[in-house]
Design a protein around this ligand. Structure first.
Ligand SMILES: *[C@@H]1O[C@H](CO)[C@@H](O)[C@H](O)[C@H]1NC(C)=O
Ligand SMILES: [Cu+2]
Length: 246
């Protein structure tokens, strides 16, 4: 009996409704599946804020792309999410790009590195360049991501310092976040080279380190009195530092 319990506990969720970051686009131009992005093979989330892989995920599809994607300050940069690598798992896959239940914010962070193709995913200093949480109508960043066929885009700050960066795309799914470690973090890191005449970066944090398990935006019920996932009546506080400004 004890053995049986342990085995069941160790099984991954078999029919998972999770997601994988897997494409980059620049000004709407798709750079291709897994090109210039370290793409996790598993769509399972991380739920522990102290997990050593919370920066960029782990278990990447091999070989990892050696491409470093050229971006200019002011460009619109996007990352695409899908249920499995390649997109939908089957025709009319309701869990592609992610299950609708998985409400929460979408974010982007960047870390300055010497060589984006070879940079370690650990020990980097990350600043936030984009966040999209809960709006006044009760819609979430994830709702907008689904409406955009899995794409989340942001504008590369005009004042950013030039050079190579890891670009960390993140989704925080909050459907079960009212219990400790019920939160689901999804992330992937793109490899980019920014040309710019700017000089700025933002306030940096570490991953792990940036989040605490009981942050207001991580240990939270997102349901209203009617049970709808439109927020609990107080503004949703997106975790992490403020978005950098120029
Ligand atoms: C990055 O961009 C600069 C400026 O355009 C260029 O000189 C350099 O070769 C690029 N590096 C990589 C790795 O793409
Ligand atoms: Cu999920």
């Amino acid at each position: 009996m004890r053995f049986f319990t342990a085995v069941v506990a160790a099984l991954p969720a078999l029919s998972s409704a999770h997601t994988i970051a897997q494409r980059v686009r620049v000004n709407g131009q798709d750079q291709g599946l897994t090109n210039g992005i370290r793409t996790a093979q598993s769509n399972n989330p991380i739920s522990n804020v102290n997990d050593n892989n919370i920066a960029c995920n782990f278990g990447f599809k091999s070989p990892v792309s050696s491409q470093v994607i050229a971006v200019k300050a002011g460009d619109k940069v996007g990352v695409n999410w899908g249920h499995i690598i390649g997109g939908a798992q089957s025709a009319n896959d309701a869990d592609h790009p992610i299950a609708k239940s998985h409400k929460g914010p979408t974010q982007f962070y960047m870390a300055k590195v010497d060589n984006a193709a070879s940079a370690s995913t650990s020990g980097q200093k990350w600043f936030k360049v984009f966040e999209d949480g809960l709006d006044g109508s009760g819609n979430w960043g994830v709702d907008r991501m689904i409406a955009n066929q899995g794409w989340v885009d942001f504008t590369m700050p005009s004042c950013i310092a030039p050079g190579q960066y890891l670009l960390r795309a993140e989704i925080i799914a909050l459907h079960s976040a009212s219990k400790s470690m019920g939160v689901q973090f999804y992330m992937g890191c793109a490899q980019i080279n920014v040309s710019s005449s700017g000089t700025k970066t933002g306030t940096t944090v570490s991953f792990p380190g940036a989040y605490q398990q009981n942050d207001a935006g991580i240990l939270v019920s997102i349901y209203d009195k009617q049970g709808n996932p439109k927020g609990n009546g107080t503004p949703y506080k997106i975790p992490g530092p403020a978005v950098m400004t120029c």
